[in-house]
Design a binder for this molecule. Structure first.
Ligand code: UDX
Ligand code: ADP
Length: 467
């Protein structure tokens, strides 16, 4: 069998997954020309910006990787059709948000963009191609993509692979360069195996062969959803115990350390928080729930749905705690938010707990002032407007965003930590205390501050899972 040699890769979608992933492939495989395409001109311009501070995705060390490969064998373009046509391998890395309308609303993934992509690949191709699903997709999407490609592709042969992304935002470059594992799912036919091998060969440039797992397409697709579901379940488990700790004399950090020391459990993903966020956890679990229900597996669906309910409860509980501690009314009171991103070291805010906590407080007519080191005002307003809880004017008048954290805290009744950014720990908390209304309160939704030191200054401190 003639071995397929990949010289040109096209990636459709220049977002949090496509951008960093292709940058690392280009860095590690200088002999392969990697071009990332997107319909969003502004995004492509930002990826091409001379000033690496302006890259659309913030990830530690991403700027260096882009600096090394961009212009050499890494390119960003809006010429979607031309780039698809020239590539032997096309990655689909477009967004697959939860449906906001129709059948499966609020649970199923919206595959509109994937379908558009598949049709576009079919229309633009005049030679055989390997198409790689990189976006998180519900099980059996490859089948749909295959169907569209086979029926509209006019004689051209396509092999579909599933290569789910396991990178976590904030550590994307590290996760890509030193992956725990790479998963490649493909068809169990000679052509399928050849396609799998072509992708294995790419990753093998820097990932040890034993960490590259090959499976059938369905196992690969389902593994992505379930890996995230199991991780999210750990966070919801520890968060459920945080409420129990608050009601008793136990301390969640101590409990977490104690159970995490059991090597069967392990210490990762046991940090209690105001609730998990991000583009994957909620979406993937909802997909899992939807798929389970559609196969009539009610108990399975209910079981996983509880992980989401627990997370919603944790966010609501945090907001209620703030209200209760401010004498049951926050109307007209300034509340400072430190952090808006769904976790530190990223500018991504999708499903961030901060959005929901803010919404809850805004319903009670609080005035919110936000500082996040990497999130811009426009994004914060956009996130709140997306909820459609109130008018855009109201959001603008109730929420203000500052570039100085001390300004945000000044004259506030309470400071709430929503993201675990390291810099929050090193602030001059005495100065913050002096500038606040009294009693000055801190609500640490990430348990990152030195609570004893804060109490010594005079703060009233509430922390997750501490009585
Ligand atoms: C996740 C998966 O980890 C990754 O493998 C997959 O490819 C995409 O989805 P990501 O969404 O970037 O990555 O973030 P992750 O680090 O998993 O955190 C998700 C959320 O859980 C964040 O809001 C984080 O703050 C929260 N979290 C995580 C906790 O509250 N406690 C923890 O112990 C760990
Ligand atoms: P993710 O976190 O999955 O990477 P993002 O929203 O950050 O999601 O990125 C997805 C990108 O895919 C967006 O920049 C969007 O403009 C792009 N995109 C969506 N559909 C298409 C399409 N048909 N052709 C090209 N780009 C697309």
């Amino acid at each position: 069998m003639e071995k397929k040699k990949i010289t040109k890769i096209c990636c459709i979608g220049a977002g949090y997954v496509g951008g960093p992933t292709m940058a690392v492939i280009a860095q590690k495989c200088p002999h392969i020309q990697v071009t990332v395409v997107d319909i969003n001109q502004a995004r492509i311009d930002a990826w091409n910006d001379e000033n690496l501070e302006n890259l659309p995705v913030y990830e530690p060390d991403l700027d260096q990787v882009v600096a090394e490969a961009r212009g050499r064998n890494l390119f960003f373009s809006t010429e979607v059709d031309t780039v698809i046509k020239e590539a032997e391998m096309v990655f689909i890395s477009v967004n697959t948000p939860t449906k906001t309308y129709g059948e499966g609303k609020g649970q199923a993934a919206d595959l509109k963009w994937i379908e558009l992509c598949a049709r576009q690949i079919a229309a633009a191709s005049d030679s055989d191609k390997i198409v790689v699903e990189k976006s998180t997709l519900p099980v059996r999407t490859a089948e749909a993509v295959k169907d569209i490609l086979r029926n509209t592709g006019g004689g051209v042969k396509f092999q579909i692979l599933s290569n789910p992304e396991f990178l976590a935002e904030g550590t994307a470059v590290e996760d890509l360069q030193q992956a725990d594992r790479v998963l490649i799912g493909g068809e169990n036919s000679p052509e399928g195996k050849e396609a799998i091998q072509a992708l294995v060969d790419i990753y093998a440039h820097w990932i040890p062969r034993e960490k590259i797992l090959t499976t059938n397409v369905w196992s690969s697709e389902l593994s992505k959803l379930t890996a995230n579901a199991v991780l999210a379940q750990r966070v919801s488990s520890i968060n459920s115990l945080s409420e129990l700790c608050e009601a008793t004399e136990a301390d969640i950090d101590e409990v977490s350390r104690a159970i995490g020391a059991d090597s069967r459990i392990g210490k990762k993903f046991l940090k209690a928080s105001v609730g998990f966020g991000g583009s994957c956890f909620q979406k993937d679990i909802l997909n899992l729930v939807y798929i389970s229900r559609s196969y009539g597996l009610t108990e399975v669906a209910d079981y996983w749905e509880q992980v989401i309910k627990m997370n919603d409860h944790q966010k609501g509980r945090f907001a209620k705690k703030i209200i209760k501690s401010l004498y049951n009314t926050v109307s007209g009171k300034k509340i400072a938010f430190l952090g808006w991103a769904f976790k530190k070291d990223t500018n991504d805010t999708r499903e961030s707990a901060a959005i929901y906590v803010a919404d809850h407080l805004l319903n009670e007519k609080a005035i919110i002032s936000v500082y996040d080191p990497k999130v811009k005002e426009k994004q914060i307003q956009f996130d709140l407007n997306c909820l459609q809880t109130r008018s855009e004017e109201e959001n603008r008048s109730l929420v203000n965003v500052e570039v100085d954290p001390y300004e945000v805290c000044k004259d506030s009744h309470a400071v709430a930590i929503l993201t675990e950014w390291d810099e929050f720990k090193t602030y001059d908390w005495q100065k913050i205390y002096d500038s606040m209304l009294k009693p000055a309160q801190v609500f640490d939704g990430r348990n990152i501050l030195d609570h004893e030191a804060l109490r010594k200054i005079g703060f009233r401190v509430y922390a997750i899972g501490k009585s």
